[in-house]
Design a protein around this ligand. Structure first.
Ligand code: ADP
Length: 569
């Protein structure tokens, strides 16, 4: 197997089966075998024993060759007693004490199993509203977010992962200003990513510098007015200060809601790439594009990519059937829409190998072509599965029924961050550019790993400018730009996140979004010296280029960063 030392370390720490004393019960190959076997079992009613063995082998090969990996909970839990395989959940929060604490309990169960949860707090009555039964006053969405946060903190000690949440509040909720600044202090609400749910009406009001109305979700009455531009500026300033809140465009999520009769989309999963209906879960998986190159690394092998997409859709569709859901409501919704989220990782490494700079029109055009190809083939695979196994149960309530397109899955594509998956596969994460050519990375709580980009190393050896000293120098500089030892052509190709102007980050996100059913996880990196105007421009560009949301991060704006450039131990 081709796993790096770092990958093996991560897998041994959290993914491989262990006995009660912490002794490993399987090796990495054993893990892929366990997962392949468990996922193939969904075909038991459709094929004989030989057929099943063949499917299992196909799944095993695809994972152990690092061509495709399912999201972490599938690798951790498939074929094991817990059996919870999804990374993403959205839970509703009703405006009652029972409702709120029921959701906290449900979120705790999901976190224990390695899943992440997203919530909209928009239905909760604002701070200061009356509580009929007691005559007291409500404490509002932000105070309850803190309770969710504390529960997550307690559960994370015993679970497989840290526990991650997305908290969303609509822009017209009366407590919106408190929400926008609720993470001003970095040590508060640390188990949440927060995003403001923005509407088209609000964006128009910003454009024309108008006031907009706040609405009490309980009484549905107007609860005052705010100036849209000034609220927008507050969001921009907070994001500039420490990267939060992000924004999501709620109306866009709902335009792409393929089962609108089942309800409204209010929230996404923690990293923003998966909009879901209340009680819906989704399992993700990512194709390693770097491993889709021809042997010489100079071309993308489209035949191999098409074959991998087909197998990956089959795999993810099977996950829905063998998954053990933490709640009956989730079981019903998730099996009802059968959403899957196939995406990619290793995009930047692939571009480097092809000699295409990330910040170029050529890269954007290729993004359109490659993701368009994946979307088309994934839909085709889902159609073929529908012919064999039937359409998703809520098909009649979907827009596809009106169009007469028979699909097994209500959605097929999502671009996940692949935080751990990309580490296991040893490639650049999701569609992000490389953060640095060599860097230190904090993974899994407080562990640090040193990484050197292997495509760069190969190139440096091939072009005969490799030296250990140079690698150290690059690690310190955090870029190859301007280093005399590196040929100029190579400098232009191996651009890192901070060499790339923010607008190219957004353009890349938009290109992938054009061919993705769900959403795209992407962070627009800004240099430390970026201004609030730069942040505002990114937000506006994301809006204009039809992204579903946007997250920015200005280097050095938070004490604890997941990735650090220029630091080598
Ligand atoms: P991975 O690479 O481990 O499969 P990703 O980084 O692609 O995961 O994240 C995909 C989704 O998985 C996230 O949006 C979130 O829903 C969930 N997730 C990621 N990390 C965590 C975590 N520590 N705890 C709970 N859920 C998580």
């Amino acid at each position: 197997m081709k796993l790096s030392e770092n990958a093996i370390k991560v897998l041994e720490k959290r993914y491989l089966s262990k006995d009660e004393d912490g002794n490993l019960l399987e090796d990495c190959e054993g893990m892929f075998r366990r997962v392949a076997k468990a996922i193939a079992l969904a075909d038991a009613n459709y094929t004989d024993e030989d057929g099943l063995a063949q499917i299992e082998q196909e799944f095993f090969d695809m994972m152990s060759d690092l061509e495709f990996l399912p999201n972490s909970p599938t690798l951790m839990n498939a074929g094991r007693p817990l059996g919870q395989l999804s990374a993403c959940f959205v839970l509703p929060i009703e405006d009652t004490m029972e409702g709120i604490f029921e959701t906290i309990k449900n979120a705790a169960l999901i976190h224990k199993s390695g899943g992440g949860t997203g919530f909209s707090f928009s239905r909760l009555r604002p701070k200061g509203a009356t509580v009929n039964s007691t005559g007291g006053v409500a404490s509002g969405p932000i105070s309850f977010m803190k309770v969710f946060n504390a529960a997550t903190e307690a559960v994370k000690q015993g679970g497989t992962r840290r526990g991650a949440n997305m908290g969303i509040l609509r822009i017209d909720h009366p407590d919106i200003l408190d929400f926008i600044s609720c993470k001003k202090d970095n040590s508060e609400i640390t188990n949440f990513n927060i995003s403001v749910g923005i509407t088209e009406d609000f964006m128009k009001a910003v454009e024309y510098n108008l006031d907009y109305e706040l609405v009490d979700p309980k009484t549905k009455e107007t609860a005052g007015k705010l100036n849209a531009k000034s609220v927008f500026n507050t969001i921009v300033e907070m994001a500039w200060k420490n990267g939060e809140p992000g924004i999501i465009f709620l109306d866009r999520l709902n335009i792409d809601n393929v089962v609108p009769k089942l309800g409204e989309i209010e929230s996404t999963n923690p990293c923003g790439e998966q909009p879901l209906l209340p009680y819906e879960a989704c399992n993700l998986g990512s194709i390693n594009l770097y491993n889709m190159l021809t042997e010489d690394g100079k071309q993308l092998d489209y035949d191999k990519l098409a074959a991998t997409v087909k197998k990956a859709v089959h795999f993810l569709d099977n996950v829905i059937d063998v998954n053990k859901y933490p709640l009956p409501e989730i079981d019903k919704m998730t099996r009802g829409t059968r959403k899957i989220g196939l995406g990619v990782m290793g995009w930047a490494d692939m571009l480097c190998s092809l000699g295409i700079p990330y910040n170029s029109q050529k890269a954007i055009d290729l993004a359109d072509k490659v993701m368009g190809f994946i979307q088309e083939n994934a839909q085709k695979a889902s159609q073929e599965l529908a012919e064999q196994k039937g359409v998703f149960p809520y098909y009649e309530d979907s827009i596809y029924a009106e169009k007469g397109i028979k699909l097994r899955n209500a959605t097929v594509t999502t671009i996940a961050p692949t935080g751990t998956l990309s580490l296991i596969a040893g490639v650049s994460s999701g569609i992000e550019p490389n953060f640095a050519i060599s860097y230190i990375r904090n993974v899994m709580d407080n562990n640090e790993l040193i990484e050197v980009n292997r495509v760069f190393k190969d190139t440096a050896i091939r072009e005969k400018f490799y030296s250990d000293e140079l690698m150290k120098k690059i690690a310190k500089a955090g870029t190859v730009k301007g280093l005399a030892e590196v040929p100029e052509k190579v400098q232009n190709i191996f651009v890192t996140a901070h060499d790339i102007l923010p607008e190219w980050h957004v353009k890349m996100q938009a290109a992938f979004q054009r061919h993705t059913d769900n959403a795209v996880s992407k962070t627009v990196n800004l240099g430390h010296d970026a201004t609030t105007d730069d942040v505002r421009e990114v937000f506006v560009l994301a809006y204009k280029t039809h992204c579903k949301g946007v997250t920015i991060y200005r280097d050095g704006s938070r004490d604890l960063q997941v990735l650090n450039i220029g630091k080598v131990k």
